[in-house]
Design a protein around this ligand. Structure first.
Ligand code: 4AD
Ligand code: MG
Length: 433
């Protein structure tokens, strides 16, 4: 055909009236006897191929007939406009080859969740999931663009560590040649070490939490976007966070409208988040709001998923809760000099019931004070010697935050379980596939 001069084209690039070669996988298949319709997909989209005895050599009509769902194929033919075809263009086949004939595909629609999770390695091919991976990639790209534009340095902290960042209860222990080591819960301490030369640093890396709670928003392994800034106070950090979330959300709306529509996500719900600043309420006010709605809660109680969901009803965009009682937050946070019972800590909550997507704070930068804070929580200061050291050699005020990428994507895409925002989720008792 054409002396082999046809270039292989992506489904997205096709225009009517040209001779093309395409390759991909069989997505739908319909055999009408003399005519066979094969809808194929590649990484960009879907395309209808038609084998018809009037213009397709018989051997290729037979080959198209034989192609099972998910078989990989290469096809050649002429494109023509067809408003009934998905994408508006179809290919009249002149050649059709099966590269890998698929066995009976185990997903046909209507299967139960546990069955599907066992064949996640096949399920991830679905159109909805593919839309999610593409949105996810746009988020990763936007994070990087944002930090680049703000003059931050991207750094690479370790995942194997020797002490807890966020408390011992959720540590995954590993055997480090007979001694205990842990999978990191957060790269924060390593980012803090790096601000003393680079001042503003960030990383996007996995974090691990051995969570007992089986909720819609907890994974054992998640992607953590973290940043740390020398000289920054809590309010500076909150501005960085809200601009990051607004920027990333805007980029996703610009690049991924089609994918959002495949996921049936209302883009209107995301619009308010493009405008900063985001509202700020203090923990104390959050408690009062909850009490006003009849929730039995008092100053000093933690805000769980249920309380957060109720609070999100008051806002149409992400909002901050600040100034938590120190006991509710991590040992490294700086108490508010105006009111030392409260930490210079903030959470960012996403609306529509999603709740916390970011946690951040100003850090305790004084050696003696940090030493006392470590001891008062019952931790051993020897486990934190290098972290304490950072306060001995040119300490500076500094702040940072961590954003849970899957939590953020849950809100952006509107899916109701965090497992659907990551290809191979680690949650409940699952570590397969
Ligand atoms: O609030 P967290 O525990 O804060 C920290 O780890 C800080 N050291 C971050 C920092 O200041 N550098 O976690 C930060 C975010 C949460 O707001 C949430 O979005 C996400 O990480 N997260 C989880 N996401 C999925 N599954 C889990 N089990 C998560 N635990 C936390
Ligand atoms: Mg938190």
């Amino acid at each position: 055909m054409d002396g082999g001069f046809i270039s292989t084209r992506r489904v997205k690039e096709l225009e009517p009236g040209s001779r093309v070669r395409v390759r991909g996988w069989v997505y739908r298949h319909r055999d009408l006897g003399r005519k066979v319709f094969v809808v194929m997909r590649d990484a960009d989209g879907i395309l209808q191929l038609v084998a018809d005895e009037r213009y397709t050599p018989r051997e290729y009509v037979e080959e198209a007939r034989r192609a099972t769902i998910e078989s990989s194929i290469v096809a050649e033919g002429v494109t023509s406009r067809d408003p009934r075809a998905p994408g508006g263009v179809e290919v009249k086949l002149e050649k059709f080859e099966i590269v890998g004939l698929a066995e009976d595909f185990p997903i046909k629609g209507g299967e139960g969740i546990d069955y599907l999770l066992d064949i996640r390695h096949l399920w991830i091919r679905s159109r909805k999931m593919t839309a999610m991976w593409r949105i996810r990639q746009s988020a990763f790209k936007a994070f990087r663009e944002y930090f680049e534009s703000k003059g931050f340095w991207e750094v690479s902290p370790p995942m194997l560590t020797q002490a807890a960042v966020e408390g011992g209860a959720t540590l995954f222990k590993v055997d480090f040649f007979g001694k205990p080591a842990y999978l990191t819960q957060s790269s924060q301490f390593y980012l803090e070490a790096m601000i003393f030369s680079l001042e503003r640093v960030w990383t996007l890396a996995p974090s691990f939490r051995a969570e007992r709670s089986r909720t819609r928003r907890h994974l054992y392994e998640y992607w953590h976007l973290e940043a740390e800034e020398a000289w920054a106070h809590m309010e500076d950090e909150m501005r960085l966070v809200e601009e990051l979330v607004a920027y990333t959300t805007r980029r996703i709306l610009e690049e991924r409208l089609e994918e959002l529509s495949i996921l049936k996500r209302s883009t209107e719900a995301l619009e308010p988040a493009l405008e900063t600043p985001y509202p700020r309420i203090r923990y104390e006010e959050a408690i009062r709001r909850l009490q006003g709605r009849g929730v039995r809660i008092e100053y000093g109680d933690d805000l769980g998923a249920d309380e957060e969901r109720i609070l999100t009803q008051d806002f149409d965009k992400p909002f901050f809760i600040t100034h938590f009682p120190v006991e509710l937050k991590s040992f490294y946070m700086k108490p508010d000099p105006q009111n030392p019972r409260e930490a210079l800590a903030f959470d960012l909550l996403a609306p529509e019931g999603v709740g916390e997507i970011v946690g951040g704070s100003e850090r305790q930068d004084d050696y003696e004070a940090l030493y006392k804070q470590i001891e008062s929580r019952g931790y051993d200061p020897r486990d934190y010697q290098w972290y304490l050291d950072l306060r001995r050699y040119g300490s500076v005020p500094h702040s940072g935050f961590g954003l849970g990428v899957e939590r953020y994507l849950m809100w952006v895409t509107g899916v109701d379980h965090v497992r659907d925002t990551i290809p191979f989720p680690r949650f409940r008792d699952r570590i397969y596939p």
